[in-house]
Design a protein around this ligand. Structure first.
Ligand code: G3H
Ligand code: 13P
Ligand code: ZN
Length: 283
C-alpha cells in the first residue's frame, strides 16, 4: 500500500537525504520510476499534476501507481503536484492518493494560509499529507527580470509564519529554480535556503530541479531540502528514446519497440537522480 509524504520525508530529514518526486503521465513513466526505485532500493514519490491527471485520467493514474506499488519492496507515495483547486484536492483524496500539494502561491499570504489550512483539515482527516507553496516558482519561459525574480523568492519570515499558522507537512520554497528547461545554469540563493532552514523545521521542497547541476543539488540537500521534483529531465529522456528509434529505424511500427527504449532512457536518468539525491539504498 501507499505511504504518506510525511513518513518518507521524516526519514529523509533524519538521515540528511532528499526523496526524489518524479512526475508521471503514462504507464511507461510509472514503470520507469518504479523499476528505477526497486533497482536503487530507493523510497519514491510518484506525482501527477492536474494536467497529468487530465491527460491520463484520475482512475488510470491511481490504478497504475497502485499496480506499481502492489509488488514493490520500496515505500511508494502517490502525490498530487501543484493542485490549485479545492475540487481537485477532494477528488484525489477520494481516489486514493496518499498525499497532495496545494499550490496557493498565486494568492496573497493570508489567503494562501487560509486556503492551505482548509485543504490540510480535510486531507489530514483522511490520512493524507499536504505540501504547500510559498513564494513563486515560475517557468523558465516566464522571462522575468532580476528584481522580479527576487520578489518571487520565499521570504524567510513569511515561511516561519506560514508553517506556524498551517502546520503543513512539507513546504515548497522559491530560491531561484524554475520549471522547464534552463538556458544555462540557474543561480540558486543558498543563503536564503540556509536562513529559511534555520527558522523552519518543516521538510522543504525544491521544484524545477531538472537541469540543476550536481554540485548545487548536493548543496541544497546539505542545507536541508528533503524532496526534489523532477519532470523535464524525464520528458526529455522519453523523447530522446523515441527519437533515437524513429530516426534510426524509420520502418519500425511496433509501439513496444519505440516506447520500450524510451522507458530505458527514463530509467537511466531516474536512477542517476536517486544516487545524487542520496535516497538510493535508503529503502
Ligand atoms: O510543475 C510542473 C510540472 O512539471 C507539471 O507540468 O502541468 O505540464 O503536467 P504539467
Ligand atoms: P522540472 O520540470 O523543472 O523538473 O520541475 C518539476 C516540478 O517542479 C514539478 O512540480
Ligand atoms: Zn513544481
Amino acid at each position: 500500500s501507499l505511504v504518506t509524504l510525511r513518513e518518507l520525508l521524516k526519514d529523509a530529514q533524519e538521515k540528511n537525504y532528499a526523496v526524489g518526486a518524479f512526475n508521471t503521465n503514462n504507464m511507461e513513466i510509472v514503470q520507469a520510476i518504479i523499476e528505477a526505485a526497486e533497482e536503487e532500493r530507493s523510497p519514491v514519490i510518484l506525482q501527477a499534476s492536474q494536467g497529468g491527471v487530465k491527460y491520463a485520467g484520475l482512475d488510470y493514474v491511481v490504478a497504475m501507481v497502485e499496480a506499481a506499488a502492489k509488488n514493490a519492496t520500496v515505500p511508494v507515495a502517490l502525490h498530487l503536484d501543484h493542485g490549485t483547486s479545492f475540487e481537485q484536492i477532494i477528488k484525489c483524496v477520494r481516489a486514493g492518493f496518499s498525499s497532495v500539494m496545494f499550490d496557493g502561491s498565486k494568492h496573497p499570504l493570508e489567503e494562501n494560509i487560509e486556503k492551505t489550512a482548509k485543504v490540510i483539515e480535510i486531507a489530514h482527516a483522511a490520512g493524507l499529507s499536504v505540501e504547500a507553496e510559498l513564494g513563486k516558482i515560475g517557468g523558465t519561459e516566464d522571462d522575468i527580470t532580476v528584481s522580479e525574480e527576487d520578489a518571487m523568492m520565499t521570504n524567510p519570515e513569511e515561511a516561519k509564519y506560514f508553517v506556524e499558522k498551517t502546520n503543513v507537512d512539507a513546504l515548497a520554497i522559491a530560491i531561484g529554480t524554475a520549471h522547464g528547461p534552463y538556458k544555462g545554469e540557474p543561480k540558486l540563493d543558498f543563503d536564503r535556503l540556509k536562513t529559511i532552514r534555520s527558522m523552519v523545521s518543516t521538510p522543504l521542497v525544491l521544484h524545477g530541479a531538472s537541469g540543476v547541476g550536481e554540485e548545487s543539488i548536493k548543496k541544497v540537500i546539505e542545507l536541508g531540502i528533503t524532496k526534489i521534483n523532477i519532470d523535464t529531465d524525464i520528458r526529455q529522456a522519453f523523447t530522446r528514446g523515441v527519437q533515437d528509434v524513429v530516426n534510426s529505424k524509420p520502418e519500425e511500427y511496433d509501439p513496444r519497440k519505440i516506447l520500450g527504449p524510451a522507458k530505458e532512457e527514463m530509467k537511466k536518468i531516474i536512477k542517476e537522480k536517486m544516487q545524487l539525491f542520496g535516497c538510493a539504498n535508503k529503502a
